[in-house]
Design a protein around this ligand. Sequence first.
Ligand SMILES: CC(=O)SCCNC(=O)CCNC(=O)[C@H](O)C(C)(C)COP(=O)(O)OP(=O)(O)OC[C@H]1O[C@@H](n2cnc3c(N)ncnc32)[C@H](O)[C@@H]1OP(=O)(O)O
Length: 399
Amino acid sequence: MADLDARELTDAELDEFPAVFGAAFLQDTDDEIERWRPLVDHIRPIGVCDGSELIGVAGHYDEAIALPGGVVRPVAAVTTVGVKPGHRRRGAATALMRRQLDGLRAAGVPLAALHASEGAIYGRYGYGPASTSNHLEIPRGARFRPGAEIDEQPVRELPLERARAEFQRQHARIFPHRAGWLARDGDAWEARERMRRSAGNRPDRFALHPQGHVVYRGKPDWTGRGPNYELEIVALAAETPQAYAALWRYLLDFDLAAEVVWPKAAADEPIVHLLADPRAARQQHFDGLWLRLIDVAAALPARGYAAEADVVLEVSDDFCPWNAGRWRLRTAPEVAVSRTESPAQLTLDVADLAAAYLGGTTLTSLAAAGRVREHEAGALAAASRAFATDRPPNCPDAF
Ligand SMILES: CC(=O)SCCNC(=O)CCNC(=O)[C@H](O)C(C)(C)COP(=O)(O)OP(=O)(O)OC[C@H]1O[C@@H](n2cnc3c(N)ncnc32)[C@H](O)[C@@H]1OP(=O)(O)O
């Protein structure tokens, strides 16, 4: 293995960052490379060199994520991980992950999250698939079940500048109660939005209801039979079931559209239960947010728990050994986490703890796959109930 170390970049190397990341994703035209340039100001870039050549890059946004129990905590939203073709499988990505996680630990950031380009990459670094993305497609005109309640207040389209403040106010009220959702204010969100809009996507449209909003874009298409537009949802949130129904009705009755698509809907998106024919909704589930507990001692007490448990977890963590060992987690009367010498009741890897952390994967399901081992009868069921959440987490944000 070559001696590759990742580090913060000099100004000259920062200039190279967009071309290196572009090369990793085969985006080599000047336009594609330039598109990535503003990003380096927002993502805490790091890189790895082979001699004087920058060959790999990574970064993260400083974000805030909603955790079970309605709490919001800092998270590093990891992005732009790429190694140039011709330099791969020599440890460059591993060096980047090493540098990034060490830096985040030193900065006191308890969690890191990412969307993985390929599912086999990040488990080795202690990330676990913590939420499910639902690629949801519903045809125009799909009817609601009889008796569905729809808020009659109008849904109005507004330009971004006029919609932004209300959109952000609504989001700030809603997102803490949706585990996996990120905050949508501040520099990081603005930067993410700019990058997303410059990705060759059609512009976003903002439609506001007094108790909800939808951000979407239209993809025009015409066939011999007429218009065949697709409406793609970027964000949809509502404060009442009736407002949620109003926003969906607005989209499903949209002239010219053939289909409404939400690539990052929740696994249990309620629209399915509003439809007269639930099969009208086509759903495909994928791994969504991958999560890393950088500091188990800080991460475990940060979230709320659904049930009473007092359990000793033995955690393995080859990549971040400071987390390894036995931890006692008590969820009542207050959440308390401490190191212990008591015998383990459950053993599991830190990646599996991350998979269960937002409530998206149950410990019982991981145990059925042999990933969690129970050493004392009853411990698994009690811990699994405590980690579970009422609704599955999801992360509609792209980064
Ligand atoms: C959050 C994000 O930004 S996701 C985007 C990730 N980037 C991409 O997908 C762009 C295209 N791919 C790349 O740039 C690179 O191949 C990377 C970043 C995925 C991996 O970089 P590399 O420098 O090759 O990784 P590195 O050499 O450190 O590999 C470490 C281990 O991971 C394995 N690995 C690396 N990439 C993959 C993969 N795509 N699938 C399966 N295993 C992989 C290696 O085989 C190696 O395994 P080993 O330890 O058992 O030998």
